[in-house]
Design a protein. Sequence first.
Length: 319
Amino acid sequence: MKTLRFFLILIILITSLSDCFSWGEKIHYESTKAGCEILSMYFGEEFDQYTAFISNNSSLPDLWKTYYGKPGYGTDEGPNHFCDYDYYLKLKRGDLNKPFDEITKIYSQTELRKGGTVIWAIEAYSELLKQAFESSDYYSAFIYMAVLAHYIEDIHQPLHSTENYDGQLTGNKGIHLRYEIHMINMFWIPNNIKTDFEVEPFALEEVRAFTIEIIEDSLSKVELLLEADRKARKTDPRYSTEYYSILWQETRDLTNEQVNLAVKNYSRLIYSVWLSAEKPVFPNKFEITKFSQEEVERPVFFSSQIPVSYTHLRAHETV
């Protein structure tokens, strides 16, 4: 009995860990770090000391997905990491560029869980980040910067933009983990991340349109990834080293392009929030531990709690 219990716990842990690091933990870390280095050119040298904390917490939303049974976490957190844009298009209910309280009148909770809520998660956390900047709540601000990095990076992974997220609809089942974790861990290195560009801000009111444009672009690249999987499987159907070598050769340019776009768009988003908060100055010294130790205010899109309303956020600061 004890042996059975041990193996059940082991299976749960393995499943949680495989779900925990979307895009690969090192891509989240390195992309966030690069984005913060770009932002340092605008925020000043005081910001440099906080880059490690933000980068180390860039996989925090994946850990939130493992907090089962806690409202707003676990299965409530999962939909914040993707938008199956083709699923929403199939439902033919109009533009997704609407506030979440309007969206809930168009789509059921079940449909939103299936289709994903990352559009509104990015909007909500951008608003929370602005509030943290304005109130000089730097601990929360740095956590929100890490969370936004994660979501932005996730939607640059093409399989986070489609109903066919694991190739299950096209005979490519399992491609999500093979590409996002196994291949990345075997071949991807951060040397090709570019940081030599000027950050172009946008009006914070346009954050939903900004997010949707990223998702649409990612969706357009799904077929390239699936075709690479077919080619690799044709040569090596057992998914050994040769399969991953071919998959990497076929998707290397795509992967590097998406990572660089994620870095660029993350820096654009955070810079835009900072400007909207009237350029707060970061403290010269702020005691902070390596990893997150405190909970911060979070929007909740599911469970029995109040749906996200930005009027409500501004008035009460919490949902």
